[in-house]
Ligand binder design. Sequence first.
Ligand code: AMP
Ligand code: MG
Length: 322
Amino acid sequence: PETIETLGKLLRDGGLVAIPTETVYGLGANGLDSEAMSRIYEAKGRPSDNPLILHVPDMAAAKPLVKSLTPTAQRLMERFWPGPLTITLPKADCVPDRATGGLPRVALRCPDHDLCRAVLTAAGVPVAAPSANISGRPSPTTADAVYDDMKGRIDAILDAGTCDIGVESTVVECGDDEVTILRPGGITEQMLLEVVSKVNYDTALSSPTAVPKAPGMKYRHYAPSAQVYVVDQAETFAKLDLDVSCGVMATSDLLENLPVPEENKFNLGKNLTEADHNLFAGLRYFDDRPEIKSIYVESFDQGEESLAYMNRLNKAAGGHHV
Ligand code: AMP
Ligand code: MG
């Protein structure tokens, strides 16, 4: 309890604290303090037009941050919070432009992580927190991964082990009985349709040239220094000319039969859920190995269930497929 109070005070007073969530580790700062948020951008090397998500311990804490908590927004929060759904709504005047990259909407989320919510409650302010990685690198799913990127740059890391989900939240723009998915995540179209009549997708998710409404989506992202390739068909793995400079990330069954040194294999697990959980750790595993020049990664074709995974993987690969 003392640690949580200490971290809460550190956040309230303008410090930078990395916090665990159920998706990935976040780099937190006081979401009402522009200077504190500027330090997030400095520590990450984050482009200044890429907005932050404000984290709150509950719906009541979200209310003063928006112009109006519409009935649709309330229904989404009641159904999906705490959980991996980020909701954008027209911002209240008290929210600094620094939190929204100058946009008229603020992004809000309540994480499904008890320790995280305890820190948010202790802070007593909304906590702006993008993923706690150097901008462009894979998101961190362990405290060690945060430390690798952020040592010397921030005040504290709360280590709560490995994040459950492993890919970031679904981001939706909240309309009147409809939402638009700006970034795919664990909360799918099917789930959203339990609460709203219509689900749209931001056109930028399917068109490489359209300008995304979620500014962060336009940047190269999640990428290690080696070239990542998306392997479209599982059969292709056996046909690749894999030498010692190649890393392979695939599910257990596929990996087993590949003629690749064990240390060049990264097991994504048994299924898509485990692959979500392990994707960023795998990209970071090979990033720590400068002799690895190419990384071949299994793709999943499970409709909207695999959208979040494929969105992160495609960005890491910068469109390279085999
Ligand atoms: P990160 O936490 O690093 O994944 O970054 C948060 C992401 O949320 C940003 O990169 C944006 O894509 C999205 N986001 C945050 N605020 C807004 C907003 N007001 N409108 C649209 N997208 C947003
Ligand atoms: Mg990020």
